[in-house]
Design a protein around this ligand. Sequence first.
Ligand code: GCV
Length: 697
Amino acid sequence: MSETKMVDKSSKSYQAWLSYSQLNDKYLNKFNDLLNKISLFGSSAITGSIREELDRAFSRFLDTDFTFKISPDAEDEIIFAAQSDLEAIAAADDQMQELLKEINFEDLNTEGYILKYFQENNLLLVTAKTDKGFLYGTFALLKEIQQENNLKELDILSNPKNNLRMLNHWDNLDGSIERGYAGQSIFYQDNNLRNDLKRIKDYARMLASIGINALSINNVNVSYEETRLIDDKIEMVITISDILRDYGITTYLSANYASPMQLSNLDTADPLAEKVKLWWQEKVAEIYEAIPDFGGFVVKADSEGRPGPFTYNRTHADGANMMAEALEPYGGLLIWRCFVYNCQQDWRDKETDRARAAYDNFKGLDGEFKDNVLLQIKNGPMDFQVREPVTPLFGVMPETNQVLELQVTQEYTGQQKDLCYLIPQWKKITDFDTYAQGESTPVKRIVDGSTYNQENTGFAAVVNVGDDENWTGHHLAQANFYGYGRLAWNPDLSAVEITEEWIKMTFGQDQKVMESLLRMLLYSWTIYEDYTSPLGIGWMVNPGHHYGVNVNGYEYSRWGTYHRADHQGIGVDRSVATGTGYAGQYFEENAKKYETAENCPDELLLFFHHVHYTYELDSGKTVIQHIYDSHFRGVAAVKELQGYWEKLEGKVDEGIYKNVEERLEMQLENAIEWRDQVNTYFHRISGIEDEFEREIY
Ligand code: GCV
């Protein structure tokens, strides 16, 4: 039996951005009239969640025992009601009838919401077409209040830009989490459900507050026990989905492609075999009997040892469509991952290029997938490195639904020991111009479905939470979780907007806290890049667990992840002219940019080209000098991070202060090790001195 961690649910670290601190007197006085007269309409399960949240929030905002009046009256000045309830009120109320004329319900989609203040009536309405929109609107108003924004200026209509806003758990039933850095699973322990269902509910609240509407609850590497979730362990899924549903979240499962073989001893999982099709149809019918609003499956097939249609000489379209067909009658989705590559490569083989794999495996299948199949594509062609180009697959499959997959859990970006705030990286990815339809076809416009007029598209990401009291190990890693949801709702938000919002929601209004944290968070990704792998090369990590430096850790392995450094130069030639041809997978504008070292941006130079250490970058430095400088700079910057944090002692919650202080110490140690090993390695191998004669070993 594994032990259960003690968690203080009243702590600031647990409450995360939903701690609803008491409002300051000035703000309270200004909006007292509104804040004390609130009513809520509706009786659905989701309105029940809204009611609970409002009770919790207002008791803390106002520091009183706040409970809603059962029967709202006409004097109320903040009204929470969905469109149908407002219309019912309006039938007997002329004033409401007039107000309704000013509300653009026709501009709302099914998950959108409106927050609108009417000055003449001193009335604030929170409304939406559906319960789900209403839930998001409620959290949006709480966000406005918690940030102490002016309620009498509110006039917001917000629709999510992406229909699918998903998080993927890589949780196993024994409680472990693949690539988890914040403790054990909040769902499972010893192949059972954990008995702390309250925690799952608190998690659902956090998800809803940032607009997440889909959750896959088990690892994409589906092992023996997890395969049983669609069988004799379905009760566990029912319990979880019952909690998530009340927060507008649809439950998905990662499915083992070979389930029919494990669960029913079928001798094949061939997608074209009738008995296999029938098996899935019957299985899916059973699942929907138990969970009528089940979302569907996420599938990792023919990838890193997982079973898939290749075994039967079938295509990924054959495999995905067979499962999608079973889900179709119920409106279920089949989310098929494109992380398919040869993980048995010989490092001596310079022809095979892992970066090419997603495009090579999937591009030719465009138009062959059913409408309820979504291809989930990692942001880059390799695997969530600190810097890699955006995958060329986005935009080249106009007849296929595409979903962007990000990694919130920090596998290659510091494992929640090192601070690495990923919103700036994700902004670069979502804003990347694919040129799929000429200039201005950024990734975000492909995966929001607008470029090719698709509905089943959106964002997915591997989440970073576990059972640590603060959910994410490093308290500041909560910002990645928060920011992912906000970006999935609206990828046009800027990194600064999202960051400021999270800081105020978590730490309140203190200007010093804001200034320090903004700097710490916004620069942390490039700081991490500085002291780790240079110029887009990636992978110089310890094999297996992927934390810490190991320059040659993956150089002679089977994973297709090489830097090809020798005494003269470094980098992988992926040009069309002399290399693996990967650069040619992009639309022309990008292909040209990446094809030559001269045109290629510095930050990705070594990803696309093998160059001499004395090659001069756009920055004017040589490659080797850049390696030295960035590594020295990276360590210096970590010390600055420590300095910024130290200024906040006494200004932030003590537990949080200590947590971050400790993590920054670990980060410094890690950064020093990276700096010294990388610099020493390249100094020895190149024989070139540092211009500034700093200490290299
Ligand atoms: C869930 C990388 C990770 C694996 C992960 C895989 C994937 O290879 O190291 O742990 O497996 O990606 O995305 O499927």
